[in-house]
Design a protein around this ligand. Structure first.
Ligand code: OAD
Length: 252
């Protein structure tokens, strides 16, 4: 089925020099990674205050590690989907491109996206809380329980951002610059409720970008976007990229 994109959006995309995509858990849903919110979301089954903050970790590191070890194994088994692959193609088609993600699943890089800013960390990385040494998933999953640093014996944690923690400064600054300088900004598969990440789409729009949202459901941001593309990322993004390829072919 051909996706009906408005002529205004296709014109803005066809002329865009700097395109930024901003993704949330929804883009990985079709790969089989559960989202956080909604009826089947992770936070409907588990309490974030028991699993995703430093106090919870210090109180019960075994429980937190059990949960992360499970998620690491689930994510290692899944594959990038058509939505991830469409963003790889988009990066090749436009002069400047940045992909900002809230996801920790590493599926954008595994698909082949190059310029990726990870605002909430990456579940494939771990580091020692005492000496900072990094450890691979292979190392930390080799033995059950809480992993310890093979250099200093300190406790190891996943390299993900927990509630109450700062975002990685460098990734955040690059993301703000990408948002501010983009002329076309795609917000994909995010409920747009977790700040500061959720401020980026409207920052881009305030600075003049055409803001397009891709989501099966409306979000708090939907009333303020230039175009709401209602549906699944794995369907809409490949269609949008095909439309851009069509525009480019027509100009040749
Ligand atoms: P959410 O679970 O809050 O939202 C997922 C969004 O994806 C919802 O708006 C869904 O409607 C939409 N969605 C579902 N299936 C989709 C599909 N096939 N295509 C497109 N969209 C789809 O996830 P995030 O917005 O990513 O933070 O959540 C933000 C942050 O909250 C996460 O990064 C995580 C979480 O707590 C940390 O871990 C720090």
């Amino acid at each position: 089925m051909t996706q009906p994109f408005s002529p205004a959006v296709l014109e803005r995309l066809g002329n865009a020099q700097r395109v930024t995509a901003f993704t949330g858990a929804g883009i990985s849903a079709e790969s089989g990674v559960p989202t956080f919110r909604g009826t089947d979301g992770i936070w409907s089954k588990f309490r974030p205050e028991e699993l995703a903050n430093m106090n919870a970790f210090m109180r019960n590191p075994e429980l937190v590690w059990e949960w992360y070890a499970h998620r690491k194994r689930v994510i290692a088994e899944v594959q990038p989907n058509a939505g991830h692959h469409a963003l790889v193609r988009l990066e090749q088609l436009v002069p400047q491109f940045a992909l900002i993600t809230q996801n920790i699943d590493n599926l954008h890089r595994r698909a082949g996206s190059v310029t990726v800013y990870e605002l909430h960390g990456n579940i494939e990385r771990n580091y020692c809380m005492a000496c900072g040494r990094t450890m691979s998933n292979e190392e930390v999953l080799a033995t059950p329980g809480v992993p310890h640093c093979s250099s200093c014996g300190g406790m190891v944690r996943p390299d993900v951002v927990w509630f109450g923690e700062m975002l990685p400064e460098d990734e955040w600054e690059k993301s703000v610059r990408a948002a501010e300088s983009s002329d076309f900004f795609l917000s994909i598969g995010t409920s747009a409720v977790v700040y500061p990440a959720a401020s980026l789409p409207l920052l881009a729009r305030d600075q003049g970008a055409c803001l397009v949202e891709v989501n099966p459901e409306r979000t708090p941001m939907t009333d303020n976007v230039d175009e709401f593309l209602q549906g699944q990322a794995g369907t809409i993004l490949p269609a949008l990229v095909r439309a851009l390829e069509g525009i480019r072919a027509g100009r040749d």
